[in-house]
Design a protein around this ligand. Structure first.
Ligand code: SAH
Length: 277
């Protein structure tokens, strides 16, 4: 169940009437039943349902340490496709582990989306993050022009997907990036970076890693990348040129021309393949 941090006080979750209805009527949970609550900001809890005169509340019994986030913080900068195509892009990008999405208007994008559309994307991404059991709900930024987006872009590694042309494949770029390594433990040989121990039984847990493996690390750690995907009509040559001026590398997603709604899925799947733990 997705909850707002403001609903939590003294390890009690004050459930809204809608949440009570969902847990009790839809999921058929009763007093004493357990469920998982998450705040979309990295925390997961095991909670138990309790009945009070005023209705149902939930008590947090324990915090659950999970990490389903990618080993890289990936931003999708996507030109808005026609109609409602962006809904699916937002949903699928969330399932694939995106950290933030920047909807951009481009030379070949006609419409600037309404505030209602942006709100809908935020709802879709929250739902998708919940169903994918992610700790973090991706950020949907306000739509912005492509030129401004490339100028303000803070990510370290920048790629612009260009259909046609003989650019380097995104995959080859990704696998040449250095994945973040856990810090070395004192006394260990520098040649072999240590792997965090498996936390299966208590005995295998190494206290030296307590500080190195926080319960809710920021997604991706230090490695941040941005991938720009164009609209149905593609980027204009001018846009590609301007992006390159701001440090974007033009990349290929393969020999076939993908639809604007397919290309983000392919790009993010490659990121997952390259960085999934
Ligand atoms: N109509 C354009 C293609 C647009 S495809 C043409 O015929 O050239 C929409 C967007 O998806 C492109 O702007 C690009 O960012 C991405 N894309 C699709 N296929 C791609 C490929 N094979 N390699 C890299 N990017 C691709």
């Amino acid at each position: 169940l997705a909850v707002n941090p403001a609903q939590i006080c003294d390890r009690t979750i004050n459930l809204t009437p809608e949440q009570q209805h969902y847990l009790h009527r839809v999921l058929r949970l009763n007093q004493g039943d357990k469920f998982i609550a998450m705040d979309g900001r990295g925390h997961w809890w095991l909670a138990v349902l309790e009945a009070q005169e005023t209705g149902l509340i939930a008590s947090i019994t324990e915090e659950i340490a999970v990490n389903r986030e990618l080993g890289v913080e990936v931003t999708l900068m996507a030109a808005l496709p026609k109609g409602n195509g962006f809904d699916e892009v937002v949903r699928q990008a969330t399932e694939l582990g995106v950290a933030s999405i920047v909807p951009v208007t481009s030379d070949r994008t006609l419409l600037k989306p309404s505030a209602q559309k942006v709100d809908r994307w935020k709802r879709i991404t929250a739902e998708a993050a919940e169903q994918s059991e992610r700790q973090f709900v991706p950020t949907i930024l306000e739509p912005i022009s492509f030129d401004l987006a490339v100028k303000d872009c803070g990510q370290k590694y920048r790629y612009i997907c260009v259909a046609r042309g003989d650019n380097r494949h995104l995959w080859d770029c990704l696998i040449s990036l250095e994945p973040p390594q856990p810090p070395l433990v004192r006394g260990e040989q520098e040649l072999e970076p240590p792997q965090p121990p498996l936390v299966r039984g208590e005995q295998e847990f190494d206290p030296a890693f307590v500080g190195a493996v926080p319960p809710c690390p920021p997604p991706g750690g230090e490695l941040s990348i941005v991938i720009a995907i164009g609209p149905e009509g593609g980027w204009t040559d001018g846009e590609v040129k301007r992006a390159i001026e701001f440090g974007f590398e033009p990349v290929s997603l393969g020999s076939r021309i993908l639809r604007a709604v397919t290309a983000p899925i392919v790009a993010l799947s490659l990121v997952g393949a390259a960085f999934e733990k």
